[in-house]
Design a protein around this ligand. Structure first.
Ligand code: GDP
Length: 470
């Protein structure tokens, strides 16, 4: 017998419709208390997966009720629902007060307010989805770009789970094999087993390492590449940002130092998502407001995965430009020689000048691009180059599996360590049961990704991060 839970499943702001979701053994009974069809038929007499027009009512007696809202009700009986329980969804009008009123009527009729993520938790506990698929639900809701969406829907459809299950099956087969050898030593040659196991651990280790390495790209896909735009005042940083955004987001003026603070935006460039931070020009200043901006800019540089260093190609390099170079040491830097429209044949600042100012403070990658924020010259080269350094020229969300959760990455790392131990034992000619212990550990670590052998506390923690009504 499951408690019946209820929540507002849509955002709490005035909108066309708002959905109240009820799940549990009494979902239909509770809906019958608050919902009245024009022909007075009961919802409990209706077949599953049907939609019903009617009213949400507040009852004072058998035939005495007050109409609260005009609604459509969806009936989904167990086990064919998101939670595998009886589920009723009420499509109300989307007023905040109204939704809360309907919610409280359902509570009065016997439902309990759901905790954040409780519907998805039930879907997991009732075996409809595994843990990594449940986590993908949250990622899908919060995905802010096409690649993040594709990756999340892939994970929700079981792409990561499939890979993990395949690896676990391989490991389990080896454990069973070793057990058989221990039980029946006469029929097996232990050298053969060691040889076989070395090959297989190598294979598993490669697959796991590949998965682990996908995390950085996965993270960038979900959150965007942390990108900081730097450059002294008036070189065209705001114009550059506006070009990328396609709108007048930053205030563009020809007075130096007008972008006082940092601006943050998410943009997508041909499928590559950037989390952009435009900084006030990092330069020596005594102005208090600017000082704050400069401090923030330096902080954002520390976190940056990519730095776009904007320079004015129509004006010779200044001390301020040179002051910036050491701050970019060890970063991925794209130096854009802006305002190329003014001097495409004879730029004052050339690639070799930029290379020179970085001579003593080499970035990890340095690319110098002629650019014009005015005419968009250089934009496709910029996009191509970003893809090249971060995704080796391609992003393959259709086939590749990218780890996007730190929890999954930690579990994969644990599994890699355990497999490394198996390899050590093989090298040191340890007895067979040493191998199975560590193989078992790798099996368990991978199991935690899909929610097998996980503690209740961890499950609670994961679902508590979900939003209400999901
Ligand atoms: P910021 O201080 O670095 O943010 O610079 P702004 O974006 O405010 O630009 C400063 C001035 O340079 C403005 O007058 C812009 O119109 C001009 N500007 C920016 N980019 C270009 C460009 O590519 N070509 C030309 N001709 N002018 C530009």
């Amino acid at each position: 017998m499951s408690e019946t839970i209820v929540a507002i499943a849509t955002a709490l702001s005035p909108s066309g419709i708002g959905i109240i979701r009820i799940s549990g053994d009494d979902a239909v009974k509770i809906a019958d208390t608050v919902f009245e069809k024009p022909n007075h038929e009961k919802l409990s007499d209706q077949p599953t997966h049907t939609i019903h027009y009617g009213h949400i009512v507040e009852r004072n007696g058998e035939n005495d009720y007050k109409i609260i809202d005009e609604v459509m009700v969806l009936l989904m009986r167990s086990p064919h629902s998101f939670t595998k329980e009886d589920v009723v969804e009420i499509d109300c009008h989307g007023g905040v007060y109204l939704l809360k009123r309907v919610l409280m009527l359902a509570v009065k009729a016997g439902a309990r307010l759901a905790e954040p993520g409780e519907f998805t938790k039930r879907a997991f506990l009732n075996g409809r989805i595994d843990l990594s698929e449940a986590e993908a639900v949250m990622d899908l809701i919060s995905s802010g770009n096409e690649n993040a969406r594709k990756n999340s829907i892939g994970q929700l459809s079981g792409r990561l789970s499939c890979k993990i299950k395949e690896l676990r099956e391989k490991i389990l087969y080896e454990i069973a094999f070793i057990e058989a050898v221990i039980d029946d030593p006469e029929h097996y040659d232990s050298m053969d087993i060691k040889l076989r196991l070395s090959g297989i651990t190598e294979e598993i280790s490669d697959s796991l390492t590949h998965l682990k390495n996908s995390f950085d790209n996965g993270k960038m896909m979900m959150n965007g590449i942390q990108t900081t735009i730097v450059g002294k005042p008036n070189v065209g940083k705001s114009s550059f940002l506006n070009l990328l955004l396609g709108e007048e987001r930053a205030i563009v003026t020809s007075v130096a130092g007008t972008t006082r603070d940092t601006l943050e935006e998410n943009i997508s460039l041909d499928g590559v998502s950037l989390h952009l931070i435009d900084t006030a020009g990092i330069h020596e200043t005594t102005d208090v407001v600017e000082l704050i901006g400069v401090k923030k800019a330096k902080e954002s540089l520390e976190k940056a995965e990519l730095v776009i260093f904007v320079l004015d190609s129509s004006d010779s390099l200044s001390e301020e430009d040179k002051y910036l170079a050491p701050l970019l040491k060890g970063k991925n830097v794209i130096a854009i020689l802006n305002k190329s429209d003014l001097n495409s044949d004879t730029p004052v600042v050339k690639e070799e000048d930029i290379v020179r100012i970085f001579e003593n403070n080499p970035p990890v990658h340095l690319k110098v691009l002629p650019f014009s924020a005015k005419t968009a010259e250089g934009l496709s080269e910029l996009t191509g180059y970003i893809k090249e350094i971060f995704f080796e020229g391609k992003i393959n969300t259709d086939e590749e599996i990218y780890l996007t959760s730190l929890r999954h990455k930690n579990m994969v790392e644990e599994a890699i360590l355990a497999i490394e131990k198996v390899k050590d034992s093989l090298q040191n000619d340890m007895p067979e049961d040493f191998y199975s212990i560590d193989l078992m550990q790798a099996y368990a670590s991978l199991g935690a990704i899909i929610g097998e052998e996980v503690d209740d506390d961890l499950v609670d923690e994961i679902f508590s991060k979900f939003c209400m009504g999901k």
